[in-house]
Design a protein. Structure first.
Length: 224
């Protein structure tokens, strides 16, 4: 439980929401549970500080994502300066590296990567559009990634990039959960992140199997 004597009620609510949504999922957690976990007695605290459940979710993103987007933009700018915007692995690195610091231990515990993964899987689509992690840096990265994959054709690129996005968040969430549970040692963090990048690159750039091509054809779509 987060004690209000050590931090403001608003931050206590944000941290409690992050933890509960990450562990239990969005549909299973009530605002009352968030307030109780935060140690906030005022039953209208969420509405007072945020106005709505959706704004509380947005506040969790704002709390954690403030450092992520600038980090990703700086990586993209460096790739641009180095003439490496066609380097698929470097672009996947720009997808994953800015989130890797979320694996470093925190006094309040690590829950944000599982929160992100749950958000993509559980949260109502209308709110996902409002609070999506696809901010400026991510959108830049994804545009360049799609461009490097153009030979696969528009439909296949869209399918692969969408799956890579899910694979990224699910993979990071899994690493976070393993670290918290002690199933992965802290010194293995870097290795696990690099293996995830390799896996995402392989999923994006692997050859299209004949059965996949046939399945694509059966949908009435051609390569383009």
């Amino acid at each position: 439980m987060v004690k209000n004597s050590k931090q403001p009620a608003r931050l206590a609510l944000v941290l409690a929401a992050e933890r509960l949504f990450a562990v239990q999922g969005f549909a299973s957690v009530s605002l009352r549970q968030v307030q109780e976990a935060a140690g906030v007695r005022n039953t209208s605290a969420v509405h007072y500080h945020f106005g709505s459940r959706d704004e509380l979710v947005r506040a969790v993103f704002d709390h954690r994502f403030a450092a992520v987007n600038p980090h990703r933009i700086e990586i993209m700018r460096q790739l641009e300066r180095d003439g490496r915007l066609d380097d698929t692995r470097a672009l996947v690195g720009a997808m994953i590296y800015p989130l890797a610091p979320e694996l470093e231990p925190r006094p309040e515990g690590n829950h944000y990567l599982r929160f992100l993964d749950r958000f993509l899987r559980d949260h109502p689509i209308i709110t996902r559009r409002d609070a999506t992690p696809l901010t400026e840096g991510w959108q830049w990265m994804e545009r360049e990634l799609r461009r490097t994959l153009e030979p696969f054709g528009k439909t296949m690129v869209t399918l692969r990039v969408n799956l890579a996005r899910l694979q990224t968040f699910a993979g990071l969430a899994s690493i976070e959960a393993d670290l918290v549970a002690g199933a992965v040692r802290p010194r293995q963090r870097t290795l696990m992140v690099e293996v995830l990048i390799d896996a995402v690159v392989a999923a994006l750039t692997g050859p299209v199997a004949p059965t996949t091509a046939q399945a694509l054809k059966s949908t009435g779509r051609r390569k383009a």
